[in-house]
Design a protein around this ligand. Structure first.
Ligand SMILES: *Cc1c(COP(=O)(O)O)cnc(C)c1O
Length: 367
């Protein structure tokens, strides 16, 4: 049996007619950038999340960058985020000219360790970017409380958390702005790059929308310099079709996660889920000691795995000049040597899940 890490082709085949038709509709309408398909997706996604505004942009990295720019964040400011995320989170902060200030993650939940945030706040701190990593919401009550007490903005990085909920609130509603990526492999993925910023704040929405479209209010009337970061019609049309299936695919991810959790709890460290959250399992991340041996065994049997992420952000070459040490982010450091992501996606079949479980059980017993 061959178990790929994700299977985008199988997902496409399951909705092929609708997708092919919607792409052809865009081609026939010739609204390639902006236009009715973009408006429709923005409207539907905002409605799905329960927020007032959705601004489609070119990708998730831009979404983070534009949200910060729209909040006036730049040189001389500091932005707090977590030491373990995808690189784009810190890259977007640096792109504004602000300094990245890392906080270690919680060893078991993998999201930002809220008990360590306040120590990192200075007069220069402008915002906190919690990452809802692997599909599990960060501890937002504490984060919003800290932000309110210190006059900071909260920008959610929900690139891995479409549809996730924290105490019954969709993560899209948790923050001054929340940023999504629709990279093909995300829980809601386009067939190319795409992203969105969502917010309930009218001014912020206006500012972000203008920034993403050359700072203009109409065709040749530019109020300020922004950039070109727009969602195109084809991607928007595809996302509108896929959004209808998101809850079904999420339910499937959660069912698989449940089986993994039940069957594997005795052999590896399974994900720990916060009280009262709805985890959408973008990734199912276990921890184990003899990772290299197990990965090799699984690969030999046809089971693909991943590591998210092998090097915590502060230890990447991009930041060597800062000179962080292991002792600065001990949980992120230790986890990075033990974490392993198992295949999980909305079109994975029961026999495939069984095969992963059986193979992993055998892998951990042969030492
Ligand atoms: C994917 C991702 C991003 C960036 O999204 P792109 O659309 O690839 O630019 C940002 N943050 C996190 C946590 C991600 O997983």
């Amino acid at each position: 049996m061959k178990i790929p890490f994700v299977d985008l082709k199988r997902q496409y085949l399951s909705i092929k007619e609708e997708i092919d038709r919607c792409i052809s509709d865009v081609l026939l309408s010739s609204s390639f950038i902006g236009g009715v398909q973009v408006k429709t997706f923005e409207h539907n996604f905002a409605g799905y999340l329960g927020v007032k505004h959705c601004i489609g942009v070119a990708n998730g990295t831009d979404a983070l960058f534009i949200a910060m720019k729209a909040l006036g964040i730049g040189k001389g400011d500091e932005v707090i985020t977590v030491a373990n995320s995808f690189f784009a989170t810190s890259e977007a902060i640096s792109m504004t000219g602000a300094d990245v200030v890392y906080v270690d993650c919680d060893k078991d939940y993998y999201t930002i360790d809220v008990s360590l945030i306040e120590k990192k706040i200075t007069k220069k701190t402008k915002a906190i970017i919690p990452v809802h990593l692997y599909g599990q919401p960060a501890e937002m009550d504490m984060i919003r409380d800290i932000a309110a007490r210190n006059g900071l903005h909260v920008i959610g990085d929900a690139a891995q958390a479409h549809g996730a909920r924290y105490r019954n609130q969709n993560v899209g509603t948790l923050g001054d702005a929340v940023c999504f990526s629709f990279f093909p492999g995300k829980n809601l993925g386009a067939y190319g790059d795409a992203g969105a910023i969502v917010t309930n704040d009218d001014d912020l929405a206006r500012q972000a929308r203008m920034f993403a479209n050359h700072g203009r209010i109409d065709k040749y009337n530019h109020e300020f310099e922004g950039m070109n970061s727009r969602l195109d019609g084809i991607q928007a049309a595809i996302l509108t079709v896929k959004l209808k299936y998101l809850d079904e695919w999420t339910a499937r991810r959660r069912a698989i996660a449940n089986r993994y959790t039940k069957e594997l709890a005795d052999v590896v460290t399974v994900p720990k889920v916060q009280q009262d959250v709805f985890h959408v399992y973008h990734l199912f991340v276990i921890r184990l000691q003899n990772r290299e041996t197990v990965v090799q065994y699984l690969a030999d049997k046809g089971v693909s795995t991943g590591i998210h992420y092998p090097i915590p952000l502060p230890f990447l070459k991009a930041y060597v000049q800062v000179g962080y040490g292991r002792e600065d982010f001990p949980a992120a450091y230790e986890n990075s040597n033990q974490i392993l992501s198992l295949p999980i996606h909305g079109s994975m079949q029961d026999d495939e899940v069984d095969f992963v479980i059986e193979t992993l059980k055998t892998a951990t017993s042969v030492k």
